[in-house]
Design a protein around this ligand. Structure first.
Ligand code: ADP
Ligand code: MG
Length: 499
């Protein structure tokens, strides 16, 4: 399952609650699927035994053939109970995920400080209790219903048994059945009851697995459909060198499963070989633009072209190989420090020279000196002797990771230095922009930088101001300042504050 979900090139299934419910229920149940064949064989054997028992009973008295009918209500009830169980399972998926999520929040470090500072532990416990109560109420109601209906079913089976025995007793009294027949009838009736109950439980089991199988098939289809989009049959080759640039052509975007239009028709040209800064308020759509470029999502309308080729024509893996990036919510990979950086170009993960060079490029060579154990340190306090880097150190390692690939065509730096001081960010970009300008003339690579610090932003060749998903201003720093728009105003504010 992990392979299936992680193999999907986009992020939709990680974000939609309805999909997450399906996935968590599937995770809960999928191990049972293994025994499916055995159960099928078992069921066939049970049916054969039943047929044989009925034939033998018929020899004692034809009416006894009807005995298995008494088991029918029980079977029907069982199917209903199992189906009801599935409905309950669907309904408890969401509260169950909530309980798990709160548990993770309360037991891991991420939220530990704020949970204590704001004293919300009790509140979280109350939330969990409420969700648990909802789960138990639903499950208890289903259990009670199952017990009552089950008892009713077996009462009917019992009646059938009594009736059958009455028939046999009457036959014996009339001398038409021998004591041997009576014993045989008793045994056969018992084995029929046993068979019917076996049939009922395997049918239930079968239905449950059918549902799990359907869920698995849904996930496999979902993954297959994504794979189809990720690997077009006639994939266009990713250019080795960018000559023209990347173009957004009327790109509209809504996050899957949501209504709000985050990008309402963006037209934007990013010339080959340039450093582009994207600025704008929180929630303006900067990260969304970046995510579309990485193909974590496809535009709802319009298209993005790379040297004229639609991004969707590329094989996603091939496109990503020519990319690198560091995100606002960078990953804290708990590996050896050297590996944390090295996985940025996984084939060279063991190459210490390459790792040191990447850290150098990221202006982050000092992390190895400040971590006890240097680049061989195991990171993460969940490990014995694990070292916990500060947020800034984590960020520097993530930046180093982004610098591992030698010549990406597209480098996205989405607020990669928010945890670093302004001077470090400035120095990093000054150095980086210089190096980028040198290689860009060869590869036409584009670097995208999202930042709130205008001292860094002003260095970019092109500045894109995003407001409510639209490009409100675009140009070089001097142009935008001369235009006297929102950029000029914000730049003025920050510049004054620093003076
Ligand atoms: N995964 C998501 N699902 C739904 N909406 C999202 C998601 N990510 C971002 N948004 C919404 O898209 C808008 C733009 O977000 P984003 O691009 O992250 O802004 P920025 O990076 O400029 O701060 C916001 O209104 C945000 O709420
Ligand atoms: Mg963002």
């Amino acid at each position: 399952m992990a392979q299936l979900t992680a193999g999907i090139h986009h992020l939709e299934h990680h974000e939609r609650p309805d999909y997450l419910n399906e996935l968590s229920t599937l995770q809960h149940n999928h191990q049972q699927l293994a025994g499916l064949q055995g159960a099928l064989v078992n069921n066939i054997a049970t049916v054969l035994r039943l047929v044989l028992a009925i034939a033998l009973l018929a020899a004692i008295h034809p009416l006894l053939v009807l005995l298995p009918l008494a088991g029918v209500p029980s079977l029907v009830i069982n199917v209903y109970v199992v189906r009801n169980g599935h409905r309950v399972e669907d309904r408890v998926a969401a509260p169950r995920r909530l309980v798990l999520r709160i548990f993770q929040m309360a037991t891991t470090r991420d939220a530990a400080k704020e949970i204590r500072l704001y004293g919300i532990a009790d509140e979280l416990v109350a939330c969990t209790d409420e969700a648990r109560r909802e789960i138990h109420d639903l499950e208890d109601a289903a259990t009670i219903r199952a017990a009552v209906l089950g008892a009713l079913g077996w009462f009917i089976v019992g009646l059938g048994f009594v009736a059958a025995m009455a028939v046999v007793a009457r036959e014996a009294a009339a001398g038409r059945a021998t004591p041997g027949d009576v014993v045989l009838a008793l045994t056969l009736a018992g084995s029929i009851n046993y068979g019917v109950s076996g049939l009922a439980s395997t049918t239930g089991w079968f239905l449950t697995n059918l549902k799990t199988g359907r869920r698995l098939a849904w996930l496999e289809d979902f993954a297959a459909e994504a794979a189809e989009r990720a690997t077009p049959v006639q994939a266009a080759p990713v250019p080795s060198v960018l000559r023209d640039g990347i173009r957004f052509e009327g790109v509209s975007f809504r996050y899957p499963g949501t209504e709000a239009e985050v990008l309402p028709g963006v037209d934007l040209f990013l010339p080959a070989g340039s450093t582009v800064a994207i600025v704008g308020d929180n929630g303006a759509g900067k990260t969304t633009l970046v995510k579309l470029l990485c193909r974590f999502y496809d535009p709802t309308e319009g298209r993005i072209t790379v040297d004229g080729a639609d991004l969707r024509q590329f094989d996603v893996a091939a496109w990503r190989e020519r990319q690198s990036g560091c995100f606002q919510d960078f990953a804290r990979l708990e590996l050896l420090a050297r590996e944390v950086v090295g996985v940025g170009d996984v084939v060279r993960v063991e190459d210490e020279v390459a790792v040191s060079a990447a850290l150098e490029r990221a202006h982050a060579a000092d992390v190895s000196g400040t971590l006890p154990g240097g680049l061989s340190a195991q990171l993460g306090r969940s490990f014995d002797r694990g070292v916990e880097p500060s947020t800034g150190q984590w960020q520097k390692l993530a930046l180093g990771r982004a610098m591992m690939r030698d010549e990406p065509l597209l480098l996205v730096l989405d607020e990669p230095t928010a945890s670093l001081d302004a001077a470090t960010e400035h120095a990093l970009f000054e150095r980086y922009a210089g190096a980028a300008a040198r290689t860009a003339s060869r590869s036409g690579a584009i670097t995208i930088l999202v930042s709130h610090r205008f001292s860094t932003v002003r260095m970019a060749d092109l500045i894109v101001v995003v407001d409510g998903g639209r490009v409100s201003e675009i140009g070089r720093h001097e142009q935008l300042v001369a235009n006297g728009g929102a950029y000029a105003e914000l730049y003025g504010l920050q510049a004054r504050a620093y003076r």
